[in-house]
Design a protein around this ligand. Sequence first.
Ligand SMILES: [Fe+2]
Length: 247
Amino acid sequence: MIVVAHVSDTHIDGGPRATERAERVMRHIDGLRVDAVIVTGDIADHGAPDEYEIAREILTTRHPTIICPGNHDARGPFRKVLLDGDGSDPVNQVLRVGPVSLLLADSSIPGRAEGRLDESTLAWLDQTLADTPGKAFVGMHHQASSLHSPYVDGIGLRNPGDLADVLGRHSNVVAVFSGHAHTAAATTFAGLPLLVGPGVVSTGLTPYESDDRIPVAMEQPPGFALHIYDGEHLVTHYRVVPHQTST
Ligand SMILES: [Fe+2]
């Protein structure tokens, strides 16, 4: 059994609210029996080095962790602080967890809210999946399918067809993970489950819940997804992490 905790959109901005919510979720996950943690982007709110310094502390648990950038991140500071690296190339990484591989691709376009997997990232994904002997999960920040939520659909992945082409060449992909929409959502993409991790910093709402142009609920508690895979079936449980109340 492989169990993956999926966190997204911490938007660390140096202020106490985002820090507390991210700490609350990560402290909770630290106490769980999971095999790995994935964080699908928008780690920092402004892509600033001091935001990543805070994020590095908070996102460190006893579990192996893999992190990709989102549209609020900046590759340079992201690499320098979180990965001890340099450069502005897409941040594409793989984490092997027992027989399973977790591939996180960089769908960010520097300076833009919408996403795209560039040629180098698509080639990396294609080659890494080919080199993966067992089952694989593919994650990225931007969602590749419509979520029936006009605001986030307008800033989603711009080249889902290119991703579908790559995924279609490999039979070992179990599911696709994303963030960006700040909502615990489940849909499909390219015949696979597409599971969206809830936003730690806030919750994105649908037009059926809010009339706002950018419909966001700030008062809902932060959450995460728990993906459980037995080699055949994937089951996802979504959890919120409310404040501890003393009894
Ligand atoms: Fe976000």
